[in-house]
Design a binder for this molecule. Sequence first.
Ligand SMILES: [Zn+2]
Length: 326
Amino acid sequence: MERIIEHVLTLPEEISTGSFEGKIAFMYSEQLTNWDMARNHYRHFESVERRVISAGDFSFIVQHNPARARSTCADLSAKTIETRKCFLCSHHLPQAQNGLIIKDKYLLLVNPFPIFDRHITISDFNHCPQRIDGRIIDMLEMAALLPQFTVFYNGPLCGASAPDHFHFQAAQKGIMPVDSEVSRIDSSRKRIFVGEKSDVQVYELIDYLRTAIVMESQWKEPIDYCFARLMENLPQNAEAGEPLMNLIASYTDGVYRLIVFPRKAQRPSCYYAVGDERIIVSPASVELGGIIVTPREEDFQRLTLDDLKKIFDEVSLKVSFKNFVW
Ligand SMILES: [Zn+2]
């Protein structure tokens, strides 16, 4: 705990008693002033190239972000993870990296390798595995504490670059296309499992290239319950210790929303291909949310909708809801 305190910002009184929005603005201002690496990376981020791939009534934003090669191409083998210094443990944080305590058990930090103008890492105080079991309520409460943000979770084999240290991430709400597409997509494209008359609505987005199951409620508990039912019915992955998945949560006008993206593979075949066939894309929540990060210029230039169809086909799990009881 002492080590955690060393990395907690001291806030002026008018900020410490206010909302997290104000605290995060203060944190960014302090960190981009005093932490050279973060300042340089956020400055470079301002000039990353982007382009849009349209898929009809939804779209993808391709982002050429060379600094993300570190995460996209991370070696996540058990041996590498075991022998490296965990970059989320407080005793390994750079001296200049300081953040905020949230929910008395997580440290909220500036992510020094941004995909968003405000890209936050929210790590558990303790070095404990990336497993979502027992954390959905935390995730939804965090979304409510950060209503300007979307909170996301990458499973240990689905994009988490620290599979051995529990963490969420957050990005400004509205940047990932999925944030607005979920409400905009026509109801004929939603397969409703649990209707509006109960205290939760659960539906699947149809023809969305990837499987996306959306849970919405004014309360956290029914979402936690439906998520647990879904987990019981998805294939367990022994290595991950849970079904493969990415999650995106938000809180808007009194309604909690959790989007579950069930997965069947960590990376698509094109990631491992050689020569011209190779495309370095390693899908995580951000990609499932509609932002495709390409560390290499050549991938940024040539990626097509057909490539994305193939990539999502290989990593997203098609779920049969026949005989499914919510
Ligand atoms: Zn750690």
